[in-house]
Structure formats: C-alpha cells, structure tokens
Ligand binder design. Structure first.
Ligand SMILES: *Cc1c(COP(=O)(O)O)cnc(C)c1O
Length: 666
C-alpha cells in the first residue's frame, strides 16, 4: 500500500517537534531524556559507537545526545533523528521503521561521479565515466525512480541481472545516453527485448556471460535485423578475497574463460557482428576490502580489453563491475567489514590503470563504467526499532543468611560478604563451587526450589561484586573476563533480523547498531539483542569494534516506561529484498524523507505488511479465517462455553488483528 504525498500535502511547516536539529538541540525537548551522567560526554559516545568512522558526513551526535542526520552530507542541513521518528510515530507509522533519505542517495551518486571526474582530470584521461546502478542491490520503485532522476545529469544508467530486473530498467531508465547493462542469465526473449529497445533510443548493452549466449545473440540479430551492442564478461584470474572471492577465476559462475572469449570473437566475426562487440566487463565480487585486489583486476582486464581491440572488436566500454566497498566499522582497514581505500582512491586506480594499458597499446581510451551498488545504496536507509524489554541476571543485594539456612547458602553468603580486590579471583572460584554444590544438592532432592533460587541469587550478587572490582584491576584474569559475557543483558528488539538484516544471519555481516538518543548518558550495560522470532538464530551479537568484532554492545539501562530507540545503519543495500517472512514477520513500514528549508517532507510512505497480507503469501484468506473462527464461536455459544459478548469480542479482536502490523506495538 503506497500513499503518495506531494510537497503540498506533506508537512512543509514542521511541527514544533520537527524543527531542524540545530534549533531543536537547544531546547532538548524530548521528555525521555534521562539526566546526563556526570563525566560522560557525547565524545565518549562517538568513540564507543565509532560513529565518526562509519557515519561521516551523514550521521553525528548532537549536544543533546541524539543522533542527527545530515542528508546532504557536508553541504548543510540536519535533522534530529529522534524527533523525526517521534514525528513519524504521531502519523501512525509504528516501529520498526525503515527511513530512507533521498538526499543521501543523491549525495552518493554525486560523490561517485565527482570522484571519477577528478580522477579523469588528474590523469588527463581521454574518455569519460558513465556509471550504472545494479538494480539487484535495491529494486524498490521509489528508490530506482529517484536514482534515475538524480543520476540524469551524469547519464547514470542501470544494470539488470535478471529478466524481472530488465523489465524495471527498460521502463524506468529514460535518460538519453544512459547505459542499460544487461547481465545475468538470458533466454531468447531477454535478448530480443533488449535488442528491440535500441529502437526506443535506449542504449542496452547485452553482456555475454555464458558461451551459449553468443549463439543466442547471433540468432536474435539474424531474426530481427537489428545489430545489438554486445559486451563480454571475462573470468579474470585476479580474484576478490573473502566472501565473494569465488566471483572470479576459472570456476566462477559467470563469465567466459579466455579460450571461450577467443571462440566468441571468431563466431561474431563469422556472423558479421564483430563491430557489435564493444564492451568488456568483469566483476570480482562485492565489498572488496583490499585495494590491491582491485588494482590487479584492472590491470588484467585492461590487457584483455586491448587484445579484443586488436582482434578487431569495436571496443568502446570497459565495465569494472561492483566491489567498491563500504566501511561498516569505520576502521579503514582491509578487514571484511571495512576497506583500506576511499572512493577517490578507487576512481584513481580504475582511471590510471586503464590509461596505462591504452597508452601502452596506443588505443583510444574507453568509456569507463562501474556497477557500484553497495557504495551507492547503503547509506541512504536507517532502520529504527525499539526495545521491548530486557533479561538480566538479578544482582540486587541479597538478604543476609540466617543460622537456620542450609550450609551451602550460608557459605555463599559468607563469600559474598568477604569479597575484596585482593581475593576476588579466589572468591569467584568459591562462589562458583558453592553454586554448583547447590545445583547438585537440588538434583538429589536435598535442596528446595526456593533454596536453590536463593543460592543462585547470592551467586549472581557475588559475580556482580567481583566483576565490579575486576573492571578496575590492571590485568583481568581470563576467568573473570568471561564473567562480563555471562552476566550480560539480552535486550529484546522489536524487529526480525530475517526480514530486516538477513545478511547478519546469512553471511555474518555486521552493520553499525547504536542507540539514537541518551548519548550524553553513560551506557552502563553490556548486552546483545534478541529479535521477535522464536528462532535462536534471531539475534544480533556481533558488533563493530575498533579491532574486529565484539559480542556485546554498550547499552543504557532500560526503563520500561520510556521508549528506547536503536538504529541500524548502512543497511540500504541487499537487505530489503533478501529479507524473508520467517515467523511471518512482514515488511516494515518505510518512509522516504527529503530535507526542505523548513525541516523535512515525507515524500512517500510504504506501509509494512499487515497480518492478512502476510498470511496471504502462505495461501490463507482473511475472510475464510474469520469465517472459521465464527463457526467455532457458534459451537461454543451453543454448548454455553462462551457468552455472546465474549464471542463478539474475540471475533472483533481477530478481525482487527488481520488488518494490523505484524510487529508489536508498545
Ligand atoms: C552484485 C553485482 C554488482 C554490485 O556489486 P557491489 O559490490 O554491491 O557494488 C555489480 N555487478 C554485478 C555483475 C553484480 O553481480
């Protein structure tokens, strides 16, 4: 369901709570602001969550401890994310909520083009750059429409990797001169459709990815009498590293080996189509974290390009595929969640590498194409979710043990009372032993459930005290270091990671996650997040860190009477379409926000799935379900197991639920 709001009906006059952040930060309006912790500053929060590393120039922390969004990057204008969320909630948009910032998308496109322009000027490259967006990265209509609009000044095009994506790209890409790169598995229909689109004035380039596609392209030409523009995808020897390393090399799923490329050239020559072969493409995988891998690939591909020219192909384009990485952890390293180069370094290496080969072989310099998806789409969306509750070990000071209590309990109490910095490791071992004794005694029937509960409570109180001391010690013994994990909290998050962050589950991807308020208050808790699904994999327990990954996130103590909002950032690429309906949690609510001089405008609202919609995916019909319920209440009425009022209330609840959001409302 989509509501279109134009500028006129969107709130052009911001409500008082939606003033730009610089104004709002002065009156620190949000009622849920806990008193700031003495000694804790927003700089401490910046350091803890590393927001400068991954967030600049779009995300920052304001003086009142809220995350702010500067959708236009360093060109000014900021929104207070908390106030934005609260404003959206007032419009009946419940959490979890995916917020897309169109301005960030625009900024990313402009940045990428600016980087290539700079590189082209710097190396006096006699050619141009015409990027394309790989639609598979995020196919949502509003996003692709915006992308085409923002890309038009740069003749930015689209890349399709499947037949349905080709349908999107053909219909939406109307920018004159922009390229439509046709990748993926193709059948005759795919190829013919793409060729015919040439006569609409479009520039579809059919990239031959399988040896059989050469014959299909020739057949389509002979049938239609229209010459296609063809490209060939090479299986490079240079490999990506990490997860997508197998996208290149002889065993890669896509691309032609060198013998296959030479055979394809011969076939095209025989069919009088060698002048159609104009593009060389390669893709060595996504999220390339090490620039040296990119350099190698460019070098190898440039030579293949030059050789194809020598063989008589009318080469004009070199398409370097995707792989431009995103620095999810902000460390600027070659760690998988990071990258050791920036966008400018990338553009420089592409431009300089191709130029070198062209100079060496005295060739005209090709139009450069990149298919950067992740680098364009990641930053523009933020997922906001709230915390529903927490589970922590109770560590409140226990009652002193009395003389008539079990010996084990008295021992535990004595241990608890005598903990000092000097004996804390020994005290931990004692407490652990007594707690194990208590469980053994319970198992044999010598300890009551109440006594066992009491023993466990004193044990955790011991651990809490010991851990408090251990934190202040210079060198923490290993066994005490493990205590932190054992005592960490679980925060229950109102989201499904299978729907909203499937890559955290599928491929151990880490996204920056952090509270979006209370950042002027010390996060005194350490915890992991559990989602709403009843799947033990439905959790977030890997978080970005200065070095590698950490298992616990710094969180604020949870007060059930106040909302606690968390944001997951940089998740605009791949997550939405890979998300699934595990446990029947559906699509989340989604809004497109654009910065205006007065604050912001809500460009589009896409309501998340209702229960009826989700049930429909598994072939249930809402009316039929209600009817089945009605029949069961009739039976219950007749046998007097239920009153008429109860039956009406039940049916009403049931029917209303069908039309509601699949997530919990607090
Ligand atoms: C997935 C894919 C891309 C996008 O890669 P990113 O790393 O997200 O930029 C580009 N080209 C092809 C052929 C792909 O399969």
């Amino acid at each position: 369901m989509v509501y279109q709001l134009d500028e006129a009906t969107a709130p052009s006059q911001p409500m008082d709570s939606e003033a730009p952040a610089d104004q709002a930060s002065q009156d620190s309006a949000a009622s849920n602001l806990a008193p700031a912790s003495p000694g804790w500053t927003i700089e401490d929060s910046e350091e803890t969550y590393r927001i400068k590393g991954w967030g600049e120039p779009y995300f920052a922390i304001s003086a009142n401890g809220h995350v702010t969004v500067s959708p236009k990057g360093d060109r000014g204008g900021a929104l207070d994310l908390v106030e934005l969320v609260q404003g959206l909630q007032k419009r009946n948009l419940q959490l979890p909520l995916l917020i897309r910032f169109s301005d960030i998308l625009q900024d990313r496109i402009e940045r990428l083009n600016a980087c290539f322009s700079k590189a082209i000027a710097r190396y006096s490259y006699a050619g141009r750059y015409k990027g394309v967006f790989p639609v598979k990265c995020n196919q949502q209509r509003h996003l692709v429409e915006k992308l085409v609009e923002f890309g038009a000044p740069f003749q930015f095009g689209l890349e399709a990797g499947s037949k349905p994506e080709l349908m999107i790209a053909l219909a939406l890409l109307t920018t004159p001169g922009a390229l439509l790169i046709c990748n993926g598995y193709k059948d005759q229909g795919y190829i013919e459709t793409a060729i015919l689109a040439r006569n609409l004035g479009k520039t579809p380039i059919i990239v031959l990815e399988q040896a059989e596609e050469v014959d299909m392209a020739i057949a389509a030409y002979q049938k239609l009498g229209i010459k296609p523009i063809l490209g060939v995808r090479a299986k490079l020897n240079s490999r990506g590293v990490g997860r997508w390393g197998t996208s290149a090399g002889d065993r890669a799923k896509f691309g032609l080996t060198m013998p296959e490329i030479v055979a394809a050239v011969d076939k095209l020559r025989d069919a009088d189509l060698l002048d159609s072969l104009q593009l060389l493409h390669f893709h060595i995988g996504s999220q390339i974290s090490d620039i040296s891998v990119i350099k190698d690939a460019i070098q190898e591909a440039s030579q293949i390009y030059a050789q194809l020219s020598k063989l008589g192909a009318a080469m004009q384009y070199l398409d370097v595929g995707g792989g431009l990485g995103v620095d999810y952890d902000g460390t600027k390293t070659n760690f998988s969640a990071s990258k050791n180069y920036n966008m400018q370094n990338y553009a420089n290496d592409v431009v300089a590498g191709v130029k070198d080969a062209c100079v060496q072989h005295q060739l005209a310099m090709p139009t450069l194409i990149s298919e950067s998806g992740r680098a364009i789409a990641s930053h523009q969306s933020v997922l906001i979710f709230d915390i529903l509750g927490t589970s922590e070990v109770a560590t409140a000071s226990p009652e002193p043990a009395s003389d008539d209590e079990d010996l084990i309990i008295r021992n535990l109490w004595e241990t608890y009372e005598s903990i000092t910095p000097e004996n804390c490791q020994e005290a931990y071992h004692d407490a652990f032993k007594f707690k194990e004794d208590a469980i053994s005694a319970f198992r044999l029937g010598y300890l009551s459930l109440t006594d066992r509960a009491r023993a466990e409570r004193i044990y955790w109180a011991c651990c809490d005290r010991i851990q408090g001391i251990a934190k202040t010690l210079a060198g923490i013994p290993d066994d005490l270091a493990e205590l932190e994990a054992a005592m960490s909290a679980i925060y229950y998050a109102n989201l499904s990671i299978f729907q909203s962050a499937p890559d955290t589950w599928g491929i151990d991807q880490v996204f920056p996650v952090m509270p979006i308020h209370r950042l002027n208050e010390e996060p005194t808790k350490r915890g992991s997040l559990a989602d709403l699904t009843c799947d033990s994999d439905g959790k977030l327990d890997k978080f970005i860190d200065r070095k590698g990954i950490k298992n616990l996130l710094e969180l604020h103590s949870y007060d059930p009477s106040q909302p606690y909002y968390l944001g997951m950032f940089l998740n605009g690429a791949y997550q939405e379409i890979m998300g699934n309906l595990h446990n029947l949690f559906g699509d989340t609510n989604m809004v497109h926000i654009q910065l205006t001089p007065q604050g912001y405008a809500i460009e589009n609202v896409v309501k998340g799935d209702t229960m009826e919609e989700v049930l429909g995916y598994v072939q249930y019909n809402g009316e039929d379900l209600v009817e089945r319920m009605r029949q069961q209440t009739e039976v219950a009425l007749q046998t007097k197991q239920m009153t008429l009022e109860e039956s009406q209330r039940l049916l009403q609840n049931y029917e209303q639920s069908l039309g509601r959001y699949t997530y919990l409302s607090v």
